[in-house]
Design a protein around this ligand. Structure first.
Ligand SMILES: [Mg+2]
Length: 242
């Protein structure tokens, strides 16, 4: 018998550096930025890892003297254009899956007691395109995305409210049962913001020591769903503090 939605363990995945790697996002952002806003920027000073697309856009608007209101007014056109370029870029060069990511998503998705969601700095369109290129889009429909708010911690609270709303459960309870899986200290902080556990995957952006120091309860170097890792994920809040 399937577990009631309200009893499921929420697992929120970051995308870049956590499920997959791709360089196409950088170029897509740069080209769309010039097409929609007329700003030429190499983006060499931008740190995308752990950031949100909207935060990056607003910082670039400030750098280039753009009006914040005008920037926000055109943001939908910008992210739509960026998604088009991203899709072309990913057709030319497919994203590279993080080892074990595909297997972990499938292992969790096949269970009745886990609810999968996204907590990503990617704009929604871009997030779903990246996942589609690695065959993971069908497992994710809900989440908080980087064009909805510029602050990742706020996105984490949105993800909880969304889940709590659809499951008819208390948000705090949902978060404490939940798990954020990400690759940067910003993901860890977002998990701490909502009182969820964090599984950090050290794939390059931030090292294992930094991730642990930021508060990640568990740090791994790949996402292979070993019995030990699955047991830990499914143990829920019982592992907090251990
Ligand atoms: Mg990431």
């Amino acid at each position: 018998m399937e577990t009631a939605t309200s009893e499921k363990i929420p697992v929120w995945f970051d995308i870049d550096g956590t499920l997959l790697h791709t360089k196409a996002g950088h170029g897509a952002f740069r080209v769309a930025l010039e097409e929609i806003y007329g700003w030429r920027d190499t983006l060499v000073e931008v740190r995308f890892a752990g950031n949100t697309d909207l935060r990056v856009l607003l910082d670039l608007a400030e750098k280039h003297g753009g009006c914040p209101r005008e920037t926000r007014r055109k943001q939908e056109s910008f992210f739509t254009r960026m998604a088009e370029h991203l899709d072309r870029g990913l057709h030319a060069e497919s994203p590279e899956l993080v080892p074990g990511a595909y297997e972990l998503v499938h292992a969790l998705q096949s269970r009745g007691d886990v609810s999968l969601g996204l907590l990503t700095g990617n704009a929604r369109l871009c997030a779903m395109i990246k996942l589609r290129h690695v065959g993971l889009d069908i497992h994710f429909s809900e989440g908080a995305f980087g064009d909805q708010h510029h602050d990742r911690n706020h996105l984490a609270r949105m993800a909880v409210e969304l889940l709590a709303g659809s499951a008819g459960m208390n948000g705090g309870h949902a978060a404490r049962k939940g798990l954020v899986i990400g690759d940067t200290t910003r993901d860890v902080r977002a998990a701490k913001e909502i009182g969820a556990r964090c599984l950090a995957v050290a794939t390059g952006s931030d090292g294992p020591y930094e991730l642990k120091a930021a508060g990640a309860e568990r740090v791994v170097t790949d996402l292979h769903p070993t019995p030990a890792l699955l047991d830990w994920i499914l143990a829920g809040e019982g592992h907090l503090g251990k």
